[in-house]
Write a protein that binds this ligand. Structure first.
Ligand SMILES: [Zn+2]
Length: 393
């Protein structure tokens, strides 16, 4: 039976959001948490920096990508497929056949350069004529693409339309389909589920694109925790449509709180599962009912989401592990963290130096897991914090 996998795009869609960003250490921590919660893959960003971003589905971008990230194994190449975008963006410079030719050439180039899996993104797929989308998908399949990403770039779909198109694509193209949904009409999660259901009914694995706390361009993407809740808890869904891999929902609280802190964007109080009010009951009847039996008014328990784990080190008013930390303040902070001891003063100093740099880059005190990560993997962190100038041709 095909399954639903989670492919998180926080480090790409989330970070490309207007007014938001993450430091490299924060992106790395995000990946650590995503790994703990059990997502299949995390999209780490744009290896090319040209206007338009992404890895555009053209050989030039693919070659640049492999030059800049020689070890890259898994990538998605992206190109617009709708008439609107082909006319409005390419302004008559590309025909629909050109779009397919560019995409297949990019896929060939990525295989030749050593890729192990290649996703092909149909940007604005929801406004693309289905016959053309099938033709595009079949061309991608002919060139051995691993998956087809169905991008509802503008959040235009609804659960009924995305179910139909994703089912048709799965049946006619015969590739696993990714659901990349946006919340412009408030349906990112619902559309992701409906698209995944269509894909599975069409006989293929589904890959829902999520972001932590739903942070993404404009109104955002499908929220990771809500998607997990919706897939596992909603009426009549989980029996047939199941998550692949081992997803640990108990990490939900931690990952949501970290993203809130790192992005500096508060979680709305009514956010499913992790919002401040998600388990608050005030009206007399509800409060009474939930005390008698939580299942009277709750679909799931707060413990399931790991709510309550503190993530910031209690550093008091004066002592925080920041840019201006001295060694005594630092030991004080690290002393509060279990499992860390340093062999020598030199080692402690070296870690402190890294903490200072990390702090400069993220502009805020580090959380406990970040400090632990730096203390455990100083060499990796040193690499992360080093900025290598790009050689442009
Ligand atoms: Zn997007």
């Amino acid at each position: 039976m095909p399954k639903i996998y989670l492919l998180d795009v926080t480090n790409r869609d989330g970070v490309q959001t207007a007014k938001l960003g993450l430091s490299k250490l924060e992106k790395t921590m995000t990946n650590v948490y995503l790994n703990e919660i059990g997502v299949f893959q995390s999209e780490f960003g744009f290896p090319t920096t040209k206007p338009g971003g992404w890895i555009r589905a053209i050989t030039d971008d693919v070659e640049t990508t492999f030059k800049r990230v020689p070890g890259i194994k898994h990538l998605n190449v992206s190109i617009s497929t709708s008439d609107q975008m082909i006319m409005g963006k390419f302004q008559g410079r590309k025909t629909k056949q050109d779009v397919i030719n560019d995409m297949t050439a990019a896929v060939d180039a990525a295989w030749a350069a050593g890729a192990e899996s290649i996703g092909v993104n149909a940007e604005d797929a929801s406004r693309t004529d289905l016959d053309y989308l099938v033709e595009f998908g079949l061309a991608a399949k002919e060139h051995k693409a691993t998956r087809l990403r169905y991008c509802d770039t503008l959040g235009y779909d609804n659960p009924f339309t995305i179910y139909r198109t994703n089912k048709a694509l799965a049946e006619k193209v015969g590739l696993p389909i990714e659901q990349h949904c946006h919340g412009d009409l408030g349906m990112a999660v619902a559309n992701s589920l409906a698209g995944a259901k269509g894909t599975i009914d069409g006989g293929q694995d589904a890959y829902i694109n999520t972001t932590i706390n739903g942070i993404g361009e404009r109104a955002g993407n499908a929220d990771l925790v809500t998607v997990i809740l919706a897939v596992t808890k909603s009426k009549d869904f989980a029996g047939k449509y199941q998550l692949g891999g081992s997803v640990d929902m108990a990490k939900a609280w931690k990952i949501a709180k970290f993203a809130e802190y790192a992005f500096d964007v508060p979680i709305p109080i009514n956010q499913p599962g992790v919002g401040a009010n998600a388990f608050a009951h005030e009206s007399g009847i509800h409060a009474d009912g939930v005390l008698k039996d939580p299942e009277n008014y709750e679909l799931y328990g707060y413990e399931e989401l790991g709510r309550g784990d503190p993530i910031k080190v209690d550093t008091g008013r004066e002592i925080i592990a920041g840019q201006y930390s001295g060694i005594s303040g630092f030991s004080h902070v690290m002393g509060k963290i279990r499992d860390v001891s340093f062999k020598s003063k030199e080692e402690a100093n070296e870690v402190l130096e890294l903490v200072r740099y990390a702090n400069v880059l993220s502009h805020k005190p580090l959380v406990e897991d970040e400090l632990l990560f730096i203390a455990r993997y100083p060499q990796i962190v040193k690499q992360l914090l080093t900025v290598t100038p790009l050689v442009t041709k």
